[in-house]
Each structure stands twice: as C-alpha cells, then as structure tokens.
Design a binder for this molecule. Structure first.
Ligand code: ADP
Ligand code: ZN
Ligand code: ZN
Length: 731
C-alpha cells in the first residue's frame, strides 16, 4: 500500500497543510501528480507532495498511527506535472509570499492541468463560441443584461470567452435574446514569418551588449530612453543564448497591447517560439505548455504567468517595461514576476535583464546600490531627437480654445498642422467614457453608484451610466429621478467625448479609439493598433493602453489632454505612475525620421511629476521622488506588506483586525510601522466587509517570521478570511 500526502484545492486560502490518503492500486505513484479524492463529502483534486510505501495493510496502519485514513478515488496523471526546478520554485514562491502552495500551483499550470476541479472538464481541444443577437427586445431585462445585449448588437458577433460576465450571458440565452454559434477552434495561429535580417547594431547597442556579456553579474537593469532600440538588444542577446544551447524567457506586460514584440521574435526565431498569454483558450494554453515542456521551443514570449513556463536550461530572462504594474498579481498568490524571475535566474544560473525607459523606483534604487548592474541607452536610434514638449496651464483661460473648452489653442493648432502634413497624432486621456458626472440642472441631483457611492460615468455609445469601480450600470433616464426635470447636465470628459470633439473640430480627420470599453472585445486591440499603424486613421484617442511600447513611425504629435488624472489618487505610487505614463506617452512621438512634438495640458503645471516628464528627465524625477519616499518611509526605503481581513460580520472583522494590529505592534516594536485598521476605498468585496493593515519595515527576514507567526495564530479562523500581500502596490 502507498501513502500519499496531498495538498487540497479548497476555497479557504489559509489551508496549507497536507493531508494523508492511501492508495491500494498497482500504479507506482510519484510526487507531483494529481489525484481525485473525497474531502468533507466533496470530490476534490489533490496534488501529491510526498509518497511512501508501507507493508502494513490499512487496518494495521491506522492502528499504528492512531488515526483513520481514506483511500484516494482515482489517479489523474501518470507523470509529474512539474519538473525539479519548478517544484523547488513552488516552495520558494509560496514561502516568500506566505501564500498557500495550491494557489501558486494554480498560477503555474495551465487550466487543463491545474489542480482544480474544473480542470477535469477543461478542454484539450476547444471550440470557438460566438454570441449573436437573435431578439433585440429589452423588455424584462436588467440593466446589465441590456448593456451586454446592446454591446453584442453593436459588435455584430462577439467571442464568448471575451465576455467575463458569464451569468449575464446565461440569462440572455435563457431569455432567447442571443444564441451561441460554435466553430471549431483553430490551433493558436502563429503566422509563418520570413527571417528578418537584423539591422546593423548602433554603437550604443553594441556597448550595452558587450558590457552585458563581459560581466558575471546576475541581474541587470537597462535604462533606455523611448526609441533607443531596446528590442534589438533583446533579440541579439536571445540569439547568442540560443547559440549557446540555452533557452530564453521573454516577458511583456500585455500581449494584445504589444503584438509587435511577438512579431519581432517570430521574425527572428520562427517556430522556436512559444507564446503564453491570457487570451489563449485553455486548449491553446495546453498546446503551448506541452510544447515548451517537451523542449520543442527554446523561446517563450509571454505575460506575467509565463514566468512559470516549464522551460529547461534557461540562459536569459528578460522583462520588457519592467516598471509595469501588471507584473504584480493583484490576488492570490500575489507574486511579482520580477522576483520570480530572479529566483529562476539563480536556479538556472541565468542572467536576468530588466528594461524600461522609466524603471520602477525600487529597481532603480537597487541599481544605484549595485544590487543590479545598470546599463544605459541614453539616445534614440540614429540620434533621433526626443520630442519637443510644451506644458499648457489650463487654469489660465487665455490658453483655452473658446470654441472647445477641452482643447488649448496650442493643442488645437498643433493637431491642425500635423493633420495638414499628413502625419498622425495620439491623444491620451486617462479616463474612458463620455463625461464624468451627470447632474440635474434643476435640483442638483448627481447620479451615483448605489454600491460604491462614487459618481457614475456617462457612456454615449450605448447611452448608459457606468461605475468605473464596480461593474454597476444603468440606462441614462430621460428625466431626473428626484424632481422629474428633463435638463440633465453632463460634465467632465473622457475618451469618448474627446473622439467626438476631434471629429467636430476636424471633420475630415479619421479617428480610432482604444480604451477598455472599445477593447471589451479583447481580440479587437491588435486590430485597432494595426489599423493605426497602416495609417487607416489619423488620430488615435485612448487611455494608458496607447502609451505602451508602440512604435508608430508616422506619429509626430502626442497630446495629453489632461495630465493630472491619477495624481490625486491616494497611493504612494501615484507620482511614479503619472510620471511613467506621461513619459511613455510622449515617447510615442517622432520615433522615426520626422521630429516629434508633445503637448501636455494640466491644471498642475508645476508639479514635478509633470515637469520632469515633459523634460523626459528620468534622473531628476528619480532623485526628487526618492526624497519624498524617504521622508514618508515608503519603498524603496521601506518594505511593505499588507494584511486584509474579510468577513460577513463587520463587527467580527473590526475586532479581529484590532487584535492583529495589537499583535503586530507587540512583535515589531520599533522595527516597523503598523498603519490601520483602515477601511479601503471600497469597503465591500462580494458582500464581505473588508479592513486592511499596512506594515512598513526595514528587515524583511524579521518581518517574514512575524507574519508567519501571525498567519499561524490568526489565519485559521472560520469567521473571516485573512490575506497577506507582500510588496503590495495599492497603498
Ligand atoms: P524602445 O523599445 O527602446 O522604445 P524600439 O526597440 O522600439 O525602442 O526601437 C525603436 C526603433 O528603432 C524601431 O523602429 C526599431 O526597429 C529601430 N531600430 C532599433 N535598432 C536599430 C538599429 N540598430 N538600426 C536601425 N534601426 C533600429
Ligand atoms: Zn432633479
Ligand atoms: Zn460602483
């Protein structure tokens, strides 16, 4: 008989200890496989972490041990899902982030192989399912259902997996408003590109590559201005690593936003490349995963979770745009791809290359201290100049175009010139929708979200009011619900309004819009970007999505319609975010032969995040922001961990949060600052009350021990759920 220790998939996040089961069958079990078992009268998946052989039979075994033991119901896998390296990575990640191993496993493995119940049904070959409207009537529908119905109608046909509100789809199907059309899924379509001969490297690129190759350091930070040719450095280094018989892991923030990176790698390395990102179907993920595990591909290009790709013998791990926050997972297991990259780098004796025009402060500070090896690309390719920039003070009414309170004279004039020359422009506003507030002119009633209390945003295309925090929606009524007045006023503006404004002021300009509304249909994003690159439009209007690493040769004007949005957000990272966004956006301008221009409209014309971004001066911003962080004891001067308590009863939640705060104060004494209990901006999460604690500390080892103790003392409680987030971002 074999005895297995298993980790169990279970909703409660705090469950991290293994359970013992026996197996009487004749297969030889190994650690790393999944088994089906019964736990609390439910069928669950277990993940085997240890196997021992015994000569005793069940009765004797139970007698000797003094407890009873059940038999597993079925063996799911024959061979382990993870190789030795990933098994040890599993331990390392789970212990660093103080999270359950099972949650790490669920991030590591593709859906079809994951130790979760649904994985048994997850397809190995899939179908594409499309939604189509069959009946437009909105009678008896809820607001959410109307929103989705209008969306599908406007789009014509929508991939089912692009729509996350599954229950709403089900209701619309039930009510016979829409139907599902099934089409057999093509395997991941990877175009067969011609090999592209690399360009001759610039002197600066060569210098960086030589310095990288001649050093024995393990982690590098490449600070390279926008348009300095970082991609070519990645490609060149990857080529060398492949030649040396090793493999390459290339991480990008989001594939749909940066399809170019995948294309570059496909051009250079064709079918040696596997692609891993969240838009793949479970079947595609399974295919790519197997291909990598079998060693058929030596290069993986992918997003955050691709850091767990089963690539062997890694020689190089690259994180493009390393400052991007999507590298940090915002829910269990809360890992950051950069830290995991460094763990894997160590195990594989591989080098890790972090790169950005605007490195995160924590990485740049490690570079300063020599923990990371700094590399610089200070000039654009061919010495192309960085764009000329102009800050426009929108508080001064002389600067504002009377015919359009959204545009300044400067931005309107420059846009006019750009269009007249047949060149392209990008307009950035970090807010989607049409207007920010809708108010009644008669009684002053403001339309607010009933759950969050914040003002609803008007969306003109489907004529609905939407909450940008939760997913509450309602159709815009004809009259005020308070006084019945017909005069409803829309103030503030977002992407939708800017698009309308451009079309009004420049009737012959062709516009495209890219924000999370227009990209609700995720497969649309690369299409919009491609259309703009092919010059099928003159002006691209969008949110931060359009600031990411794109390389549009004909864009010579970037207009930041309102640079202030985000600066007032209550987060220690808000200055850094604003600086990065503005710098990255400006960097889209004038990247090829033609010189670029950028106009920054703002109500805070002397804020350092804005002035230094306008000067494209990362170093000055870095120094100033470091001073602020030092004063306020925030990263990189302190480490952070947050603890979140969620539960049904507000009283219980508060009581226990206070107990935990007391415990932490006693343990940390002067070695840490404990802030809280605080009520998060949104105090509810799926019907549960939430309270949070923020811990700032200097000594991560000591903090780790204290948090571990806290977890043991407080996490195993059925009245609430306790989540630890190491290095949290949203505080
Ligand atoms: P970054 O990622 O640093 O913003 P990119 O890698 O997108 O910059 O490079 C900017 C542009 O310069 C791209 O169009 C790229 O094809 C081009 N480029 C890069 N290296 C070279 C080179 N050595 N010779 C000519 N063009 C280059
Ligand atoms: Zn009213
Ligand atoms: Zn809301």
């Amino acid at each position: 008989m074999q005895i297995v220790e298993v980790l169990i998939e279970y909703a409660k996040s705090s469950l991290n200890r293994p359970f013992s089961y026996c197996y009487k069958g004749n297969k030889k079990l190994v650690k790393g496989i999944r088994v089906l078992l019964e736990f609390n009268h439910r069928d669950l998946i277990g993940y085997v972490i240890n196997v021992t052989e015994t000569n005793l039979n069940l009765e004797q075994y139970e007698e000797e041990k003094g407890f009873s033991i059940s038999e597993i119901k079925d063996v799911i896998d024959d061979v382990p899902l993870l190789n030795e390296e990933l098994l040890s990575l599993l331990d390392e990640v789970s212990s660093y982030y103080l999270v359950p191993k099972i949650s790490v496993l669920q991030s590591m493995l593709p859906p079809s192989l994951s130790p979760r119940k649904s994985s048994l049904k997850a397809p190995k070959i899939a179908y594409d399912q499309y939604l189509e409207v069959i009946d437009e009537s909105e009678e008896d529908l809820t607001n959410k259902q109307i929103e989705l119905l209008r969306f599908i109608k406007l789009e014509g046909r929508v991939l089912k997996r692009d729509i996350k509100q599954v229950s709403i789809i089900d209701k619309l199907l039930e009510k016979n408003r829409i139907q599902i059309v099934k089409e057999e899924k093509r395997r991941l379509k990877v175009p067969d590109y011609q090999y592209q001969t690399p360009p001759k490297l610039s002197e600066d690129q060569n210098k960086v590559i030589d310095e990288f190759n001649n050093s024995n350091d393990s982690v590098y930070l490449l600070e390279g201005v926008t348009g300095s040719g970082k991609t070519e450095v990645y490609l060149n280094l990857s080529e060398q690593v492949l030649k040396a018989g090793k493999s390459v892991l290339m991480l990008v923030p989001e594939i749909s936003l940066t399809p170019m990176m995948v294309e570059y790698f496909l051009h250079r390395f064709s079918n040696n490349v596997a692609i891993l990102h969240s838009e793949l179907t479970p079947a595609e993920k399974y295919d790519e995963y197997r291909k990598i595990a079998k060693g058929d591909c030596k290069i993986v290009v992918g997003v955050r979770s691709a850091i767990f790709a089963p690539l062997k013998n890694i020689g190089l791990i690259i994180l493009d745009e390393e400052h991007t926050e999507s590298y940090k997972q915002d829910n269990l297991p809360f890992y950051h791809a950069r830290e995991v990259a460094i763990m894997r780098g160590k195990y594989n004796h591989a080098k890790v290359l972090l790169a950005s025009a605007t490195p995160s402060l924590e990485s740049r500070a490690r570079g300063q201290k020599g923990v990371y090896h700094m590399l610089y690309l200070t000039k654009r390719i061919n010495n192309q100049k960085l764009p000329t920039t102009k800050i426009v003070n929108m508080l001064d009414y002389h600067n504002i175009d009377r015919d359009s309170y959204i545009f300044s004279h400067a931005l309107r004039d420059e846009l006019h010139k750009t269009l007249a020359k047949g060149e392209q422009a990008i307009l950035l506003i970090n807010r989607r929708g049409f207007s920010t507030h809708v108010t009644c002119r008669n009684c002053g009633h403001v339309f607010k979200c009933p759950t969050c209390g914040i003002a609803l945003t008007y969306h003109k295309k489907d004529n609905m009011l939407k909450c940008h925090h939760c997913d509450y929606v309602e159709p815009l009524p004809e009259t005020c619900p308070e006084c019945g007045s017909k005069y409803l006023m829309k103030t503030g503006f977002g992407t939708e309004k800017i698009q309308e404004e451009v079309e009004r002021l420049f009737p012959s300009a062709r516009t495209l819009r890219l924000d999370s509304d227009s990209a609700k249909n995720k497969s649309k994003i690369p299409e919009v970007i491609e259309a703009f690159r092919k010059k099928e439009a003159d002006v691209l209007i969008g949110t931060q999505m359009i600031a990411k690493g794109h390389d549009f040769p004909d864009v010579t004007l970037v207009g930041i319609v309102l640079a202030d949005i985000g600066l007032s957000m209550p987060s220690y990272r808000s200055n850094e975010r604003a600086f990065q966004l503005i710098t990255q956006a400006i960097g889209r301008s004038g990247r090829k032969e033609k010189p670029g221009m950028a106009i920054i409209q703002t109500y805070l014309p002397s804020h350092y995040a804005i002035t230094f971004a306008a000067r494209q001066d990362y170093e000055l911003f870095y120094r100033k922001e470091m001073e602020m962080r030092k004063l306020q004891f925030y990263p990189p001067y302190a480490y952070l961990a947050s603890v979140t308590i969620r539960g049904k009863s507000e009283e219980t939640v508060i009581e226990n949060t206070i107990r935990i705060v007391d415990f932490l104060n006693d343990e940390f004494l002067d070695d840490g600052q404990i802030l809280g209990p605080s009520t998060p901006y949104i105090p509810f999460d799926m019907g549960l009350h939430v309270r949070a604690i923020l811990i700032k500390f200097k000594d991560p080892k000591k903090a780790h021990d204290i948090l571990l103790k806290m977890q043991e003392l407080f996490a195993y409680n059925s009245a609430y759920e306790l989540l630890i987030n190491i290095d949290p971002y949203n505080f």
